[in-house]
Design a protein around this ligand. Structure first.
Ligand code: C5P
Length: 221
């Protein structure tokens, strides 16, 4: 029997990749599977939370029936859904791999093969995390992820502060078995007071429980 220690809490999640259309048949995407965020949604629902999951294009979906899923495709759709819902939620956990840039224009017809080179102009997408960080009210929590390839902790600590997260979950790509498309993950959690907790390599389900426990510990203070 699972303890219902998130009963009465409303948790918003983002997960999965985003697809940024180029033309009617092509897009710019990334290799995020959505596994970590979906595991978090299921775990939070099992612990009694009211969960809304804003999910980019993923082959996977939550197991728990009482997770409300809002399917989106692009970063701008994810941004709109997250900003609309966050004010009504106790916490948001941002596990989505959001495209930083999108094609400046979307061709209405399939782009034809022509010369040896083709240029695509890209423009910046909104930063969902930074915008939610600005909206955050006292008593609300905001948790982010970072996936870095170099100077991991320094970059993650910068993001934690810039985006106004309460803590940031750092995935290390150096550990085999961690990151995109794996069933396991190895994380560290960095907090605002510069404290850090390192966790062992575990299943994404077990990692989800660790992240929720860290959040519950914050709800109490
Ligand atoms: O800056 P970076 O993309 O590395 O930050 C990662 C964190 O910010 C993740 O929690 C991710 O979900 C979130 N993010 C976002 N919107 C973006 C880019 C990142 O919510 N446009």
């Amino acid at each position: 029997t699972q303890s219902q220690d998130l009963k009465g809490k409303k948790i918003l999640l983002t997960a999965g990749p985003t697809y940024e259309p180029i033309d009617p048949v092509r897009f710019i995407g990334n290799r995020s599977s959505g596994k970590m965020g979906i595991a978090l949604a299921d775990a939070a629902a099992r612990r009694g939370a009211e969960v809304t999951l804003v999910l980019g294009p993923s082959k996977l979906s939550p197991q728990e029936k009482n997770v409300r899923v809002i399917n989106v495709e692009t970063a701008r759709e994810m941004h709109e859904a997250a900003l609309l819902h966050y004010p009504q939620f106790d916490a948001a956990i941002l596990a989505a791999a959001v495209a930083d840039y999108r094609p400046k224009t979307v061709a209405t017809e399939k782009i034809k093969k022509k010369g040896e080179e083709l240029q695509l102009d890209l423009v910046k997408n909104p930063d969902i995390a930074a915008d939610l960080g600005q909206m955050k009210k006292p008593g609300q929590f905001l948790i982010g992820f970072a996936l870095e390839t170099n100077d991991e902790e320094q970059h993650a600590q910068g993001k934690l502060e810039r985006k106004n997260f309460d803590f940031i979950v750092l995935n290390s790509l150096r550990d085999s078995g961690a990151g995109f498309n794996h069933d396991t993950n190895k994380i560290s959690i960095l907090f605002r007071d510069n404290k850090k907790r390192d966790f062992e390599l575990k299943s994404k389900h077990a990692v989800a429980e660790d992240i929720l426990q860290a959040m519950i510990d914050l709800f109490k203070v």
